[in-house]
Design a protein around this ligand. Structure first.
Ligand SMILES: [Zn+2]
Ligand SMILES: [Zn+2]
Length: 113
């Protein structure tokens, strides 16, 4: 239940580890173009998932899945995940499940407005 376990280093360079790969990456070197604040981790995580089929250790994606059609997407933040679900529900009147990384699932329907 603890999402925010900040390491006590205090350095700005985000480090990502993956126990499945048994590797660790210093994102300051891997992604130099991305400003600090989590975007580097998101970019890396999406990239890692694309290559290996799984996410690094500290990354828990939001999974958005439509109940009525094969449409679905994965996001690394709640905002875009909810937006995708609400947009899809509104346009198609489908019911969309938003699976939160913490386990609190959200159901988005078209009657929201
Ligand atoms: Zn991995
Ligand atoms: Zn749908």
């Amino acid at each position: 239940m603890t999402d925010h376990s900040a390491p006590d280093g205090g350095t700005e360079a985000p480090t990502v580890s993956c126990s499945r790969c048994g590797r660790e990456w210093d994102l300051d070197r891997e992604v130099s173009e991305v400003p600090p604040g989590g975007h580097a981790i998101e970019q890396f995580a999406l990239d890692h998932e694309r290559h290996t089929g799984h996410y690094p250790d500290d990354v828990r994606p939001w999974t958005v899945r439509c109940r009525r059609c094969p449409d679905g997407e994965r996001f690394l933040a709640e905002g875009p995940a909810r937006r995708w679900a609400e947009t899809h529900a509104r346009h198609t009147r489908h019911t969309v499940d938003v699976e939160a990384p913490t386990g609190d699932d959200v159901v988005v329907t078209a009657d929201d407005e």
